[in-house]
Design a binder for this molecule. Structure first.
Ligand SMILES: Cc1cc2nc3c(=O)[nH]c(=O)nc-3n(C[C@H](O)[C@H](O)[C@H](O)COP(=O)(O)O)c2cc1C
Length: 216
């Protein structure tokens, strides 16, 4: 066995930083999410806005990648991306997605499932307009997820876009914008000692959220 494999197979660390109990749990998952997100911000958790987005293609192949959460509230989650990317192609054929947040500093994970739609155009415009100019040019320049010959090709695309928009207002490209995920399931996970973790799930039923504790 290589040293790396030996190291990862033998590493055992207990989670000791907190607990999640029904008595302190918020009544709805969006409030619980907001509470934990606030804790993540306050504790300066690394990359607290990053989540793993899992999409599934029309032919049932899953793919996941990290994106940044840019807004949430009332069980809606927003992120921004290229509408021709691999994730966008998956989404066009299958509206079911899952999200995973992991905050090691707090020993917490949140799993969310839901359905996804394009964000409102006005929201995408507002978000795009407040981005730094380099990010705007990047969005116009990068054919996200497509193969490119080399790094120079990308840099040339950026240079061409920069010249094209010199002294002009850079509008949001039609192929770039937001998505909105409507959550119908959440699981809040708090690491505990000896792998006896706390897991509490909220499932959206007709008019209410069903709350269940799950075995670790
Ligand atoms: C910390 C982090 C944040 C990221 N945020 C975004 C994002 O908000 N939007 C995005 O399109 N890609 C983001 N990416 C890049 C994606 O992980 C991915 O490479 C890209 O979206 C292409 O994915 P796709 O080919 O599956 O569509 C981020 C990557 C990392 C590591």
């Amino acid at each position: 066995m290589s040293n790396v494999n030996q190291h990862i197979s033998q590493l055992r660390e207990d989670f000791m930083k907190g607990e999640l109990s029904e008595t302190t749990l918020h009544k709805t998952p969006d409030l619980q999410f907001e509470h934990w997100m606030k804790n993540a911000i306050d504790s300066k958790a690394n990359e607290f806005m990053a989540f793993n987005l899992c999409t599934v293609s029309k032919d049932h192949k899953p793919a996941s990648r990290i994106v940044y959460l840019r807004e949430f509230g009332s069980n809606q989650f927003y992120f921004y991306t290229n509408y021709n990317s691999r994730k966008a192609i998956d989404i066009s054929g299958n509206k079911n997605v899952s999200l995973t947040f992991f905050w090691p500093e707090l020993e917490r994970q949140i799993r969310i499932e839901g359905t996804i739609e394009f964000a409102e155009k006005e929201k995408s415009d507002t978000y795009f307009n407040q981005r730094p100019i380099e990010s705007k040019i990047g969005a116009w320049s990068s054919p996200q997820s497509e193969p490119i010959t080399d790094r120079n090709t990308l840099e040339k695309l950026v240079q061409e876009t920069t010249e094209k928009f010199k002294d002009k207002n850079i509008e949001r490209p039609k192929f770039w914008g937001g998505y909105r995920i409507a959550a119908n399931y959440y699981e809040f996970w708090q690491g505990r000692k000896s792998r006896l973790h706390d897991r509490i799930a909220f499932t959206l039923e007709t008019n209410h959220w069903k709350i269940e504790r799950l075995a670790p």
